[in-house]
Design a protein around this ligand. Structure first.
Ligand SMILES: Cc1cc2nc3c(=O)[nH]c(=O)nc-3n(C[C@H](O)[C@H](O)[C@H](O)COP(=O)(O)OP(=O)(O)OC[C@H]3O[C@@H](n4cnc5c(N)ncnc54)[C@H](O)[C@@H]3O)c2cc1C
Length: 390
């Protein structure tokens, strides 16, 4: 049998693409998945509650081709996603005033996606090996042949939705990029992103403060990010650091450990010790003061020169990370199939007709906060709509 569409990967984008094709057409759809079930990353995401999307979503929250990202969100926005989920009976809850989560468990969204795509045939425990167009009478036909470890499957159209290679423990691989390259596409090497940052020896003092967490701001590559930071025995983690790792490649990042108020205002007319006066964990303040050679003393006793040093230490701390925690712990990968050879409206390959891409396999990566599922879902809907319309 030749399927109308084969979707490679039953992750967030693969399931959404299947659901949309089933809702909008009678096309025969096969979804091929290496795991024994669908949506394993969805399942573990957001601490088991899946951070589906964010109150504010724009191309500004992503690394990738701005015009292509905007074109995808213009066709299926965050509000469209929320309305679709609501129609299926899921009303995500907002946490910390910006993150949309499943109310109880990520199983809720997985169940919705599976139910909406039940007309598709899911093939599990099946590893994708290669993809090519069928040879016919000495030439190339329009039909794709997908080679798997369980046999070959044919389709008129193929959607590569195999994600990226971080968290291999849940079946992730770089197969999508390899298939695309074999078909003539270029790609940017996958790199860990939304991962903790490791430290160089100058900053090892922070390791001794493992477990301490506070609100901070990081400037990296022209981006200003604010959220909680966590000090760990390996280095820096927490939401603001994970998002910073998306933009960091090498060199310095600048940390504002106390973005809520200037340190000059904290010390003004205050007779308490600085470590008591400032609303930061006391052990952290004491350690930072020791590192920059400033005494912890009553705030009113700091001289002008020391105040300038304090400003530098607390608001403009320069840190050069050694690296990231690596692929095994990165929530996503930056890099992937380059988008300049992809139609930015349809997400169809400009090189191979009827070949489409959705989700993290493309060179589009979001910050922490639901942006990557929003991208996976929006790109999947765009692909499905354009397949149906074509
Ligand atoms: C721990 C963790 C927590 C996360 N939390 C969030 C969050 O809360 N919010 C958010 O927005 N993002 C989160 N993410 C990121 C998000 O999970 C991904 O960006 C998203 O799943 C990408 O969707 P996708 O469909 O492109 O790929 P995936 O969901 O990874 O799906 C790809 C599918 O392809 C399959 N596959 C891969 N290789 C093969 C092969 N060779 N043969 C057969 N099948 C194959 C995989 O098994 C997988 O099922 C998290 C990631 C991790 C690891």
């Amino acid at each position: 049998m030749t399927y109308d569409v084969i979707i490679l990967g039953a992750g967030a984008s693969g399931m959404m693409c299947a659901a949309q094709l089933n809702e909008k057409s009678d096309m025969s759809v096969l979804v091929v998945e290496g795991n024994e079930r669908a949506g394993k990353k969805l399942k573990i995401s957001g601490g088991g509650k899946c951070n589906i999307t964010n109150v504010n979503v724009s191309a500004n929250n992503y690394l990738g081709d701005e015009q292509l990202i905007e074109s995808v969100f213009a066709q299926f926005s965050k509000d469209d996603l929320l309305s679709w989920l609501e129609r299926k009976g899921l009303e995500p809850v907002i946490r910390k005033e910006q993150y949309y989560f499943c109310p109880k468990s990520s199983d809720e969204i997985i169940t919705i996606l599976m139910r909406a795509s039940q007309k598709s045939h899911y093939l599990y425990d099946t590893k994708i090996v290669s993809l090519k167009k069928e040879e016919h009478n000495g030439g190339i036909s329009d039909i794709f042949v997908l080679q798997t470890d369980k046999g070959d499957y044919k389709a008129k159209k193929v959607v590569i939705a195999t994600g990226a290679k971080s968290f291999a423990s849940v079946g992730a691989s770089d197969i999508g990029v390899r298939l695309a390259e074999e078909l003539g596409h270029s790609s940017k090497a996958f790199m860990p992103a939304l991962a903790g940052l490791t430290l160089q020896p100058q900053a090892f003092w922070m390791k001794a403060l493992s477990g301490i967490s506070f609100f901070a701001q990081i400037s990296v590559e022209g981006k200003l990010l604010k959220e909680d930071m966590l000090l760990t025995h390996r280095g820096l983690s927490g939401p603001v650091v994970l998002s910073a790792s998306l933009y960091w490649t090498k060199g310095d990042i600048e940390i504002d450990f106390f973005p809520k108020q200037n340190i000059r205002e904290v010390v003004h007319n205050n007779r308490k010790l600085l470590s008591t006066a400032i609303a930061l964990p006391k052990r952290f303040t004491q350690a930072l003061l020791a590192v920059v050679n400033i005494n912890d003393k009553p705030c009113t006793s700091y001289k002008e020169e020391e105040l300038t040093q304090l400003e530098d230490a607390f608001h403009h701390y320069k840190l050069s990370p050694a690296g990231t925690y690596g692929f095994a712990q990165a929530e996503v990968c930056k890099g992937g199939v380059e988008t300049d050879s992809i139609n930015s409206w349809t997400l169809e390959s400009n090189m191979v007709e009827d070949l489409y891409f959705a989700g993290e396999v493309l060179d589009v990566t979001g910050e922490l906060g639901g942006y990557n599922f929003q991208w996976a879902f929006s790109s999947a809907v765009v692909v499905a709509n354009n397949i149906v319309e074509k």
